[in-house]
Design a protein around this ligand. Structure first.
Ligand code: PHE
Length: 455
């Protein structure tokens, strides 16, 4: 018996690593590398990071586990999973899928920017350290009417191509090399960035919370970022959970994925913000932060162009492993629920997503920058607000209510522990959070978010 267990554990371990890489591939992406640093920069730095970490700890881990449980117990995607457990709840699955679809429309626009920077890096275009010039180059590029659309289209094609073939084992294998590669690379660039003269101000800005800056906007941004970065509230993790085998240790998995994701976000923050301060750029500068400051860092580095090429390729890989999981969510819905064939579903949804992404791209330039949609925000920001600050919290809120009050935490814990075989010391705390803390906390923040619509 013992022998058998040991053998099983070893086998399990191998596959668990594969699973964690796949799920981490979905979680680690532009959310960590591009969005985290600039959102922190716009929301007071340290205070945002503090709230973010607190929310990951309380809400992130809990919901990650909840989604994995739901997926594994039903072996179905989000709509099917809710339906199987409670017929009337299947619509909740649709909210998440809608969110992931809306997100992929603008995710691909940013993915396009990364592609452009790879091309520029290959052309040796990063030998400028002057932030003013780097800034103009960037704003001119994203504000142009046509060029960013071509890159957006190219990024969508890559995503679509991979999703059409079915998520292949190749991606998983590549993940095992490229994800650690990204991690090492980030550490190298972080060290470089932190040793620039004046960089420590950035480190301090990011790590020393100034609680006088705390307000509802910061909390709202942090919660949206937690959902976005951990791929929560979109049914994506439910789907990943559905591929988990019954003897895998779900409790551990739901610990490692958020941990890895958070490490990458912090690394990115500690790379970009020190550079922002060292190069004299504005921390609240917005979505351009990564694109403006990092080329400046590379320019001043030995083998800078080489680092630039390698870095942007790794970022592209991280972005693609995320975008495929975003698009896959709606594709599998059409395949499973509406019986479309995979090819038709992928092409149709990919093309629609591209088209909806077009105004998001144009919002960065004269064509549409003056048109406002939600709360005076341009199209790009409105989409992001609608998906991340309304749909995701709503879906997370309903998930917590469903597990806490409808399906029951006892059944959930039973599933998480493989009927008592796996240790889950914090089961009681987890159940308490799912039942009370998450619904009340997320509910309150969601309510505040809705209120801003009327302010
Ligand atoms: N978590 C990904 C990122 O940080 C984005 C994503 C969200 C991917 C939801 C899949 C599902 O970039």
């Amino acid at each position: 018996m013992t022998d058998l267990n040991q053998k099983q554990e070893r086998d399990q371990w191998g596959s668990k690593v594969g699973f964690i890489f796949a799920a981490a591939g979905s979680a680690v992406g532009l959310g960590n590398l591009w969005k985290f640093p600039y959102t922190a920069g716009q929301n007071g730095g340290g205070v945002f990071v503090f709230i973010y970490l607190a929310l990951v700890l309380i809400i992130g881990f809990t919901l990650m586990m909840a989604e994995l449980i739901l997926g594994r117990t039903t072996q179905l995607g989000p709509v099917g999973a809710y339906r199987k457990l409670k017929e009337k709840w299947s619509w909740v699955g649709y909210i998440g899928v809608l969110a992931s679809f809306l997100i992929v429309t603008f995710y691909s626009v940013i993915g396009g920017w990364i592609l452009k920077y790879i091309v520029t890096a290959f052309q040796g275009g990063f030998n400028v350290t002057d932030v003013a010039i780097l800034e103009t180059t960037f704003t001119n590029f994203i504000g142009a009417p046509v060029e960013p659309l071509i890159y957006h289209g190219a990024f969508m094609l890559i995503t679509l191509g991979i999703v059409m073939g079915g998520i292949s084992g190749g991606i998983e294998k590549a993940s095992k090399v490229l994800m650690p590669g990204l991690l090492i690379m980030m550490v190298v660039i972080m060290i470089r960035s932190m040793t620039l003269p004046g960089a420590m101000a950035g480190v301090e800005y990011l790590l020393k919370p100034d609680f006088t800056m705390l307000n509802m906007k910061v909390v709202l941004a942090a919660l949206g970022q937690v959902f976005f970065s951990l791929s929560l509230g979109m049914g994506v993790i439910i789907t990943y959970g559905s591929y988990l085998s019954k003897n895998e240790n779900l409790v551990e998995s739901s610990f490692y994925i958020p941990l890895l994701d958070t490490i990458l976000a912090l690394l990115s923050g500690l790379t970009i913000l020190p550079a922002v301060f060292a190069l004299g750029f504005d921390p609240a500068g917005g979505p351009g932060l990564l694109f403006i400051t990092l080329p400046g860092v590379f320019a001043g580095m030995p083998f800078g162009s080489f680092f630039a090429i390698l870095f942007f390729i790794l970022v592209l890989f991280a972005a693609v492993t995320s975008s495929i999981s975003l698009l896959e969510a709606s594709v599998s819905l059409f395949v499973d629920e509406f019986k479309w064939n995979r090819k038709k579903a992928t092409i149709t949804l990919g093309v629609i997503a591209f088209l909806i992404g077009v105004p998001s791209s144009l919002a960065n330039g004269p064509v549409m920058s003056d048109m406002t949609f939600i709360n005076g925000m341009n199209f790009f920001d409105s989409m992001s607000f609608f998906a991340e600050n309304l749909l995701l919290p709503l879906s997370g809120l309903l998930l917590a209510i469903f597990i806490g009050w409808i399906w029951g935490t006892d059944k959930a814990v039973e599933e998480a522990t493989n009927s008592g075989q796996v240790k889950f010391g914090l089961a009681k705390a987890w159940a308490f959070i799912i039942k009370w803390v998450a619904p009340l906390g997320i509910g309150y923040i969601f309510f505040q978010s809705v209120l801003t619509l009327f302010s």
